[in-house]
Design a protein around this ligand. Structure first.
Ligand code: PLP
Length: 388
């Protein structure tokens, strides 16, 4: 095969590889506790499913506009206006199949070869992958455990150069669950305005928050014209498989995203968007209950991991991941993740699945029942004892 050279620059998400390995072991009869995959273990609420069935019956089964259905973009514009305290017009919204394409399309539309893009490290692996794909320079901004996986302002200042085109933010964060403070956002806004770069704010976990309040950089003075806000229904409404996401951006950027949609997906599924309206406009108790359940699990897993000798775990404020430090243990995080899967059937990810800044950590998703979390903790404890 003579595969195009550009494909060598694309990375992957190892969560899917670990899932495949864990499934193989299950096929061989092993019992596996899955803590590797980042999707809520809840069913999409029934009112949202019913809205989709009804939309199918009503004929929302053909191509729709590449930008997304106007009725869905109106509801998204209203939702973002209310939750972020800014005025958003439906023309500033682009709907995509899941939120991931907003990341891909933003980089394709904005970033030239040789431009620099600053991204959180450790961070969602697709950021670095797509930055490399468009031949930009990937500039990591390290998130530091000593400041609850926020960043040091000095690190940000030294990451900025006259080639900086874009800064990617993601809070609550995958993989650490961390949150930025208001003053961090204010500093970023000051620097973005001063050095004239864009901000891609990945807010896919904005509603999965246990302490504090979600604040978006888009709300700060001067930032609406330089922010691309990424959000969607995958995590908030347990709709990962439906593929429904959106970007809120200045109209000229939205127009480029629409061009890319025309050239790739044509449109986002129409009946999914009608269901998406029900998600945003219907009762929100599902979200409240899901987040309360995640909080119980977070507290259980943080306490359980912290009690294991050689592991220390800080308490994340959002998303559904913990990022325990395993530097005291004798194995590298990759070997430890393999060992835990093979020895005791606990599937989780090494921190390095989120870039080299994740070395010395594990990423554990607690999107699994409390019973399974307790079971996993017990198994991890047994396995770690054996290491001594
Ligand atoms: N951004 C982050 C940080 C994520 O963790 C994910 C999914 O895991 C996404 C974006 C993609 O979301 P979607 O499934 O809607 O494409």
């Amino acid at each position: 095969m003579k595969i195009a050279e550009r494909m060598n620059r694309l990375g992957t998400e190892s969560a899917f590889e670990v899932l495949a390995k864990a499934k193989d072991l299950e096929a061989q009869g092993r019992n596996i506790v899955h803590l590797e995959i980042g999707q809520p273990d809840f069913q999409t609420p029934m009112n949202i499913c019913e809205a989709a069935y009804q939309a199918m019956k009503d004929g929302y089964t053909g191509y729709g506009p590449a930008a997304g259905l106007l009725e869905f973009r109106e509801v998204v514009a209203e939702h973002i206006s209310q939750t972020r305290g800014i005025q958003v017009h439906p023309d500033e919204v682009a709907v995509t199949p899941g939120a991931k394409p907003i990341l891909f399309f933003t980089l394709l539309a904005l970033v030239n070869k040789g431009d620099e893009v600053i991204y959180p490290a450790p961070g969602f692996p697709v950021y670095e992958s797509v930055i490399n794909f468009v031949k930009a320079k990937a500039v990591p901004l390290s998130l530091r455990e000593e400041v609850d996986f926020r960043f040091w302002i000095n690190d940000l200042v030294s990451a900025i150069s006259n080639r900086t085109k874009l800064l990617i933010l993601n809070f609550p964060q995958n993989p650490t669950g961390s949150l930025l403070k208001k003053e961090d956002l204010e500093t970023i806004a000051y620097l973005a305005n001063k050095y004239d770069f864009y901000v891609l704010s990945d807010e896919i976990y904005s509603r999965i928050l246990y302490e504090g309040e979600h604040k978006s950089i888009i709300s700060l003075p001067g930032m609406k014209s330089r922010t691309i806000l990424l959000d969607g229904h995958s995590k908030t409404y347990a709709m990962t498989g439906w593929r429904l996401g959106y970007g809120v951006a200045p109209k000229p950027i939205v127009e480029q995203i629409i061009q890319l949609m025309i050239n790739s997906n044509s449109c986002t599924c129409s009946f999914t968007q009608i269901a998406g309206i029900e998600a945003l406009k219907g009762p929100q108790d599902f979200v409240v209950q899901m987040v309360a359940e995640f909080k119980r699990r977070r507290d259980a897993i943080v306490a359980g991991l912290d009690a294991i000798e050689g592991i220390s775990c800080s308490k994340p404020q959002g998303a559904f991941y913990v990022f325990p430090n395993v530097k005291q243990l004798s194995l590298s995080c990759e070997h430890l993740a393999d060992y835990l899967l093979e020895e005791v059937g606990v599937a989780l990810l090494p921190g390095t699945a989120f870039g080299k800044f994740g070395d010395g950590y594990l990423r554990i998703s607690y999107a699994n029942s409390l019973d399974n979390i307790y079971e996993a903790l017990e198994r991890i404890q047994i396995a770690i004892k054996k290491l001594k």
